[in-house]
Design a binder for this molecule. Structure first.
Ligand code: B4P
Length: 191
């Protein structure tokens, strides 16, 4: 199986590139952001708690997120692999992902990290906020999301560095150009 962790700050293009990766490699998509947003839309108890946290730009608790991921992995065991989009976001989540995959004799093949400067992230997310009205895409929340990423999520790169699985990819330029860079990285691990 090909199991990709697609990593990067908010607005780095994880959701955008995930769609292209899925189309080419037929992987099952697991986006914790999408999973949480569907809980919010369905107004479940979990969704109500998550919305408050997401609107502040903070991270939802590891326990909730890990439970959702385990369910998804269990449901989609017959595909050619997974793309984890926006997960793991803490070292604890990375450890738990390793355990969950090990239960199925699987492992992360590569962690691809999209690298984009802060000004560009803010620009993209403000534009999405205008276009879609997404409630966490407003300036104050965006700035907090990026700070939370730098504080709580960047350490995940060191976790995968130690396993020689971390590949940085320049995340600026056209969507197609960035995708070409990602395909190049995936080609290296597949051969
Ligand atoms: P996510 O849904 O993961 O939100 P995101 O980081 O903003 O998404 P993404 O990075 O995929 O956006 P994209 O670049 O595609 O998380 C939202 C919230 O959920 C978090 O803040 C947190 O509260 C919670 N959460 C999620 N996962 C969690 C976890 N594991 N643990 C705890 N909490 C969790 O798109 C950005 C914009 O850029 C788009 O409008 C796109 O069109 C544009 N864009 C993309 N590529 C471009 C390019 N090359 N050039 C110009 N624009 C581009």
């Amino acid at each position: 199986m090909l199991n990709i962790v697609l990593f990067g700050p908010p607005g780095s293009g994880k959701g955008t590139q995930s769609e292209k990766i899925i189309e080419k490699y037929g992987l099952s998509h697991i986006s914790t952001g999408d999973l949480l947003r569907s809980e919010v839309a369905a107004q479940t108890e979990l969704g109500k708690q998550a919305k408050e946290i997401m609107d502040k730009g903070e991270l939802v608790s590891d326990k909730i997120v890990i439970g959702m991921i385990r369910n998804k992995i269990e449901e989609s065991q017959d595909g050619s692999g997974f793309i984890f989009d926006g997960f793991p976001r803490t070292v604890e989540q990375a450890r738990e992902l390793r355990k969950a995959l090990t239960d199925y004799d699987e492992r992360v093949s590569v962690m691809i990290s999209l690298e984009v400067p802060r000004e560009e992230l803010v620009k993209r997310l403000l534009k999405r906020g205008k276009d879609t009205g997404r409630s966490d895409d407003k300036l104050e929340t965006i700035n907090n999301r990026i700070d939370v990423y730098n504080r709580q999520t960047v350490p995940v790169t060191y976790y995968y560095d130690k396993m020689h699985k971390h590949a940085g990819v320049e995340g600026t330029g056209s969507v197609d150009k960035i995708f070409e860079r990602i395909v190049e990285v995936i080609g290296l691990i597949k051969n």
